[in-house]
Design a protein around this ligand. Structure first.
Ligand SMILES: N[C@@H](CCC(=O)N[C@@H](CS)C(=O)NCC(=O)O)C(=O)O
Length: 208
């Protein structure tokens, strides 16, 4: 049995999409970040970083329970557990997937996430900071658009965890005031990802 602790944020949605794609039974636990539900002693016992998502698998490696943080680890773990092609067993393919998985986890997500905060939450001018973060994010969308020119998916010729890693962020391009019409390859790829039923279920509100 799986238990996923999550919230309606891009990193939380990656965990949910990975669970949905795995087809495994999973109990969802909504961790309301706005209410501080992640900074409690109870949640610290589950997530050592006090962040979402966190996954508990009662039937982990060796038949013993395992608790995992980090959406990238959770995506790879579930793909390996189910033997799914979303994370390949071939080493060369793994290297392709790892590069674009880490791009999503450590470059794209952290690069575009400040935009929604800058636009929606920071009052006042701060023109230099806004221009800096906007320029950085636009360059990341351009990188994806270049990568996706003539390709269906980011890492391999098929959908992988590297695509899941980027999808929830790009799905929020409007919040980041990014116009996807400027990035037609990204728009085509996003539409293909959003057509997957597991992605649609993974993006649905966690609290129902
Ligand atoms: N690299 C981590 C990032 C997780 C993360 O930053 N989660 C955010 C929500 S998207 C969170 O839990 N924030 C609450 C906090 O920092 O207090 C992952 O991919 O799982």
């Amino acid at each position: 049995m799986l238990d996923l602790y999550t919230w309606d944020t891009p990193n939380g949605q990656k965990g949910r999409i990975a669970v949905e794609e795995s087809g495994l039974a999973c109990k969802l636990h909504a961790v309301n970040l706005q209410a501080g539900a992640n900074v409690t002693a109870e949640y610290l016992a589950i997530s050592s970083s006090r962040r979402i998502p966190a996954l508990v698998d009662s039937d982990g490696p060796g038949g013993r329970p395992v608790t995992l943080i980090e959406s990238g680890v959770i995506m790879v773990y579930l793909a390996k557990k189910t033997g799914s092609p979303f994370y390949p067993s071939d080493y060369r393919e793994q290297l392709e997937v790892d590069q674009w998985l880490l791009h999503g986890q450590s470059t794209f997500g952290p690069g575009v996430s400040p935009l929604a905060h800058l636009e929606n939450r920071i009052q006042g001018d701060h023109a230099a900071a806004k221009a800096f973060f906007r320029g950085r994010a636009e360059r990341l969308y351009e990188t994806l658009d270049l990568r996706l020119a003539g390709r269906a998916w980011l890492a391999l010729e098929r959908y992988t965890v590297a695509d899941i890693s980027h999808l929830p962020w790009v799905n929020r391009a409007a919040d980041q005031r990014i116009d996807l019409a400027r990035y037609p390859n990204v728009k085509r790829w996003l539409d293909a990802g959003l057509a997957r039923p597991a992605v649609q279920r993974g993006l649905a509100p966690v609290a129902g």
